[in-house]
Ligand binder design. Structure first.
Ligand code: HEC
Length: 142
């Protein structure tokens, strides 16, 4: 009985590790931080990010980030609901920076058919952090 429980606990542990590994932030993004302390909560950055979000992200993710933008409806893999307080909003800044920079090229999202663009080709580092600053406020506006 005791060994069965131990085996069960071990299996659960392995599963947890695999889940964590699937979304682990890869180098060189692991540990990436905004340009300065307080950057993500600075109202000027949030406002600049709002303009960038409306221009570049809302078509898929929706004006309020719920993943319901007009272009998103046709996609096989739906845009993430950035407004879900238990979803992407819980992820640390380096996760956000990785996903916004590399988009759907990163695994496992690429294999699932993601067409999330890689914003490192279109937005500067500062702009990416600004759009992240805004996107992270979306989960608080429900
Ligand atoms: C062409 C449609 C499209 C556009 C435009 C787009 N996205 Fe996405 N995005 C997606 C799709 C589809 C996913 C879900 C698949 C994935 O995670 O790669 C996604 C996923 C994400 C994720 C990862 C969520 C998670 O929990 O892993 C973030 C963060 C994100 N988008 C932010 C943005 C931001 C910020 C912009 C604008 C700069 C943007 N997206 C523009 C389609 C788009």
């Amino acid at each position: 009985m005791r060994s069965t429980l131990l085996l069960l606990a071990f299996c659960l542990f392995l599963t947890a590790c695999q889940t964590a590994e699937a979304t682990a932030v890869p180098a060189p993004y692991r540990g990436a931080a905004p340009p300065s302390a307080g950057f993500l909560t600075d109202p000027a950055n949030i406002e600049a990010g709002r303009v960038l979000f409306q221009r570049h992200c809302a078509a898929c993710h929706g004006q309020t980030g719920h993943g319901d933008g007009p272009a998103g409806h046709t996609l096989r893999l739906k845009p993430a609901n950035l407004a879900d307080p238990f979803g992407t909003a819980r992820q640390p800044p380096d996760y956000w920076f990785w996903r916004v920079s590399e988009g759907g090229r990163a695994e496992p999202f690429h294999s699932r058919g993601s067409i999330m663009p890689a914003w490192k080709h279109h937005l500067t580092e500062e702009e990416r952090w600004q759009v992240i600053a805004f996107a992270r406020t979306l989960a608080g506006q429900d």
